[in-house]
Design a protein. Sequence first.
Length: 482
Amino acid sequence: MSGIFSSSDLSFVEDVMDSTNGLGVDLVLNSLAGELLRASLKCLKTNGKFLELGKADMAQASSLSLGIFWKNISFHGVLLDLIVRPDNETHFVETGLSSLLQNFIKLGIVRPLQRTVFDVSHVPEAFRYMMNRGRMEKVLIQIASPSMTMDVTPHAYFSPAKMYVIAGGLGELGLHFTAWLCKQGARHVTLTSRSGLQSCSQARAVQQLQSTYGANIYTFDANVSDYESMSALLTSVGSQVPIGGIFNLAGILRDALFENTKESDLKAVFEPKLDGTLVLDKLSRELCPNLEHFVVFSSIVSSCGNAGQTIYGYANSAMEGIIQGRNKSGLPGLAIQCGPIAEVGLLAASQQNITVDSVISGTHPQLLNSFLDSLDVIMCGQTEGISASFIPAASSRKGFGNSAGPENPLEALGFIMGLTDVGSVDSSLKLSGLGMDSLMVVETKQVLENKYGIVLSTPEVLELTFDRLKVIWMEQQKPKDK
């Protein structure tokens, strides 16, 4: 037989069998994975041999149907790195592979791949260069010397051997923050709220955290400002696993002009913020000798102010004062002045028309993923206080066709995929069929979310078409109903 067929989908099986009159081939040298690997097995004729060069399915312990072996085929895993290892030298020499490889090198049959070298300061360019499918060479990053300095991004880490207690942890923000903690290593988390588990969505979220991360998630009905309740809770969970962190995310909004504020409003707003933090501060000093994190989620309102939120700003400011006291005593303490978050939190729950273009206390609402990403840096440097908010230098969400750069997601996507004219592409084709690889998927997700506020999962990006993206973008530009 002779022929070249594409292995990007399963159609090559039929092509191979047609070309061999239904017999199949004697040998398959395979580097495909998953369903494509199993399809390649079907191309073998009776007594054929299958040489597996890839490692993806081996690493994932993927299974094969034994029915394929009725054709008396043989399946061989070829792991050259194991064959040439120093501890396997005897086998390498005895099998003749050593002399065979040396002869092939001398004859020029086996040659090193060409390589393109980038300086360590040009890593993004190296990845973009590697995305060009027409290149076969190795792409290398040159590290100048072991003593060179490099800019690195710190990452927060939470020990799987410690307990982390989150007051207000059963709210929407609390559950997302818990997922972030688990992603950063935590495996024992206690969530408290005044009313405990109240909805099916909360229960499902807790279940998902347990199944996704293998974490132990404990939920308690406890008022953070109640000293006796919190003392019993910390004593109980601390007896199981040492408490490594306490986080106060609890809060209540009672917006009103100051002259209209009632005593009941003051009490409701102060309880979770000021009173709760005082309780946690005192108990942590008594019951948590291994504490590494004591974090309160404050608000940017405490420093910028906002109409109708005087008492809320004061409660947050007083909470930050407690953190200053802890720092002066040499104890861990961090206050994060959170700006508004578009999707979750007190502001999103109280107002229906919040968008990333709204302006609140001089800032724009942050996307949730952006806020959680900022925590990765914030939590590494425990200072007294820091702000997490979004203040754009200039709006880039005006419309289409700015020559200074992509002004809409269609142009941005075309730039990522190296398309000089987006209009010349069949807009109904899925991106996966247009040659989008894993690196392009990551860049596409980041650009769509960070620049255009379009949040998509990896499978959704691969299934995306230019037509569908245009619909999403146009829907997003419509004014929201109040």
